[in-house]
Design a protein around this ligand. Sequence first.
Ligand code: SGN
Ligand code: CA
Length: 537
Amino acid sequence: MKYFYSLLLILIISFFGCSIEKSSDTRPNILFIMSDDHAYQAISAYDNRLIQTPNIDRIAKEGILFSNASVTNSICAPSRAVILTGKHSHINGKIDNGKPFDTTQVTFPQLFQKAGYQTAMFGKLHFGNNPKGVDDFLILPGQGSYINPKFISKEGDTIITGYVTDIITDITLNWLDKKRDKEKPFMMMYLHKAPHRPWWPSPEKFAEFYEKTFPEPETLFDDYKGRGTASKTAEMNILTHMQYMHDSKIRPETLKEMGSVEPEIKYIRGEEVVRPGPNGFLGPYNRANKEQRSKYNVTLDKINLDFKNNWPNMNDTQKMKWKFQRYMQDYLGTISSVDDNVGRVLDYLDRNDLTKNTIVVYTSDQGFYLGEHGWFDKRFIYDESFKTPLLVRWPNEIKPGTTSDEMVQNLDFAQTFLEAAMLEVPDDMQGESLMPLLKGNTKDWTREAVYYHYYEYPSVHMVKRHYGIINKEFKLVHFYYDVNEWELYDRKNDPNEMNNVYSNPDYKEVVEKLTQELKEMRIKYKDSKELDESFIY
Ligand code: SGN
Ligand code: CA
């Protein structure tokens, strides 16, 4: 009898023990890591020729890497609006960096907050100063600064001394450690400013990466012969449009001494002609304090001396090569800090038993040109800027070392997170949950092609408006507004997208089929406004 009672007691305890465990919230945490302008070519899990990123790679090694992930509109604030709303730019209204974001619309963090998640956002958002749906935030105003950045918080503005990538991580770790409610799952957006132009690394990485030389892309000297007007008129060529002071870190005094004056940069935003003033050229350096400046000066001295000695004797080919190296040294230097800091966060998850049930996403707001086609910047539907890195780890669900070449987009993130958290997806979201791909149920994934639409023209870099359809094999694009040109690329046979085959008779059927599919897609996504001539963006 005594034995019976003890057994009963054990059963009761284990029943309640069990039910207590069940009633505690086991929904996954979400850690959404996004950097600004991080090209997949600069992540060693994708391509190890330029840089080693062991910490970011860890996410793919222990999870999944998407090799065909893309954005719907390759520009910063619009991409963020697509991510937050799960809707294309023409529906959420944020079609370019200049337009305001309509904050009355539903964003996915609001749905998480409502459903009992603890939510936070730290780093670069790019628009607004009071993000909705987050319990805590500390965001950079607009583009933010690399050095001693100002942050907007609920309590007001604050300037934090140090290097932006380290600071955003300190804030994130501090929140996880001190502010996290252990009874609730969290949804955290950890958003880096790096590696955005003007690519200022920390003083240590600036010194380290200045010593390196990087392989040039095959298409650095592209003459754009095989493509249309938009490629020929874009202002993002490293030789022609990259600035010696602002980008290559040549001091104004050096240029003055050498008697060379940089070409005046100007661009048109709306009706206005914008001319960035000379003070903006070494902006991040001007924010540095005495101690920080003296550290930067060690490398700045070397760069300026090299420029002074060699630039006068360089021909255009040599200048292009020199500018490309300077660009890569600084761009990759900023990424090295991002990678170190991602490592700090992953280590924190490990140490605090959070790894298994946290969905860690690493992505960028779009891709970037690292000298391909002679370019820097983004915007185009061509692969380097259309595609974006996407690595996801979720040990409870994703088999380590998985890869997927499916056509997934930033449009899909909101629905994926909502489904992972078992929350209802609003009917008007336009993406598709990536859950079948994360779980390895690839047969349940049926999408074959995606839609793209870029609007910011005329504006900085002068990339013409265009839209198109992309599947694994082909890309059909229509450039419009002040041109009317079509382009077709054979992604399998011409991966560098050097030859527009739209008018090649061998592709007649492909053009016909894709034109029809594009039409249907535009109806499906409700995008036809730019064909209405009375509509002004
Ligand atoms: C700035 C940059 C551009 C960049 C846009 C948009 N110039 O204007 O090169 O294309 O931001 O970038 S800079 O001289 O100010 O650095 S985005 O990522 O915010 O869309
Ligand atoms: Ca960006």
